[in-house]
Design a protein around this ligand. Sequence first.
Ligand code: BGC
Length: 455
Amino acid sequence: MGFSENFLWGTATASYQIEGGAFEGGRGYTVWDDFCRTPGKVFSMHNGDVACDHYHRYKEDVKMMADMGIQAYRFSIAWSRILPEGKGEVSQSGIDFYNALIDELLKYNIKPCLTLFHWDLPFALHRLGGWQNPEIVDWFAEYAAVAAKAFGDRVKFFMTFNEPQCFVGLGHVTGEHAPGNLMSRRSVLEMAHHVMMAHGKAVQAIRSLVPDAQIGYAPTSNPVIPATDSPEDIEAARKAYFAVEDKPDYMWSVSWWSDPVMFGRYPEDGLKLFEKDLPDFKPEDLKLMHQPLDFYGQNIYNGYKVKSDHKGGWETVQRPVGYPRTGNGWPVVPESLYWGPRFLYERYQKPIVITENGCCCADVVSLDGKVHDPNRIDFYHRYLRELGRAIEDGVKVDAYFAWSVVDNFEWAKGYSDRFGMVYVDFETQERILKDSAYWYSEVIKNNGANLADIH
Ligand code: BGC
């Protein structure tokens, strides 16, 4: 199926979603701790205080991954665990926790892949204006330097931001995520600008401290699939994928969030669209955002189809009646793992890393004590075949991280939505490998060759 010998098969998690130990080891309060305590925000007022108790069970979790044959583990570190106030004093016990986790991973030859920011902003920084305050560029670089110094002797794979569109857009445009305070378009564009500058400055900090690091960025997108293989439809899909459009949730653009980082410039259509609300962008800001990267990460869960409108534009193709959906209602669109990587590689010319892909299912423990999740297996099977096809067609893809290894705190959905290959009983913290975990082990063992088989 085209996967090279060096291809990395991994899984991904995020600190707030799995760690728990929210008030242990001197960890500082975060925007998510606070959001979960705000009535009406999170399903059943669930929170990440205990989550999967990974803070205490990381050894068991790493062993489980080793048993599954996982080669790389993408995890995020909690900024407020190592800098409780977000800047200034470093917490040694926070550093100790991640050191122990990293050492445990290395003991089993699992490559530690570190994301600096997966949404749990220290509350102390939020009080100072969070992403709105231009000083956050320096705060983030300071944090990156602390992490690089502490872990860079063993961690060589870094990602700056996970899905910046989400913590800026869902956090400040729709209010579904923390901190949930709605802001004007101008303020939101300013935040996005600060985020990308913070990315640039963090890359510089990591580079100077860990010269042999591989560094990337992990935004998200819903790839656009051409309705047919005609050159016209392919061009229509390409245009639709990279267009900046005026939508209520306008922060979901690929190019607005990646062109500055990858090219050092904002996309023209976006500059025109946001003209009236544009903050004061200085050319040196864009220079800072545009740092050399080793790979371009992308979280991909689904996509949609378009066809050419024969006037140089596109039309969205309606989904068929009864189209397949996951347990949380997201459309199942395996071709997004073909067209997404293909278009992104073509535009940005960097090796692609699929930093997340996976699906929610209504998992239950059956009478036989096992968790049978054929829909999740089918989902992964279909998506990974498409990724293999993209590689065969010349797209350079270095790694794939399944979301997620364990069921966890699914943000506004609390513990109601399960994405893991391992079932977690949140009352007892018992872990049960689902059928998909065994299936994924086989895929890894065969380096994807068995994806060609139907079963
Ligand atoms: C996020 C994860 C989340 C997953 C499923 C991604 O948007 O990065 O934190 O759990 O999707 O919703």
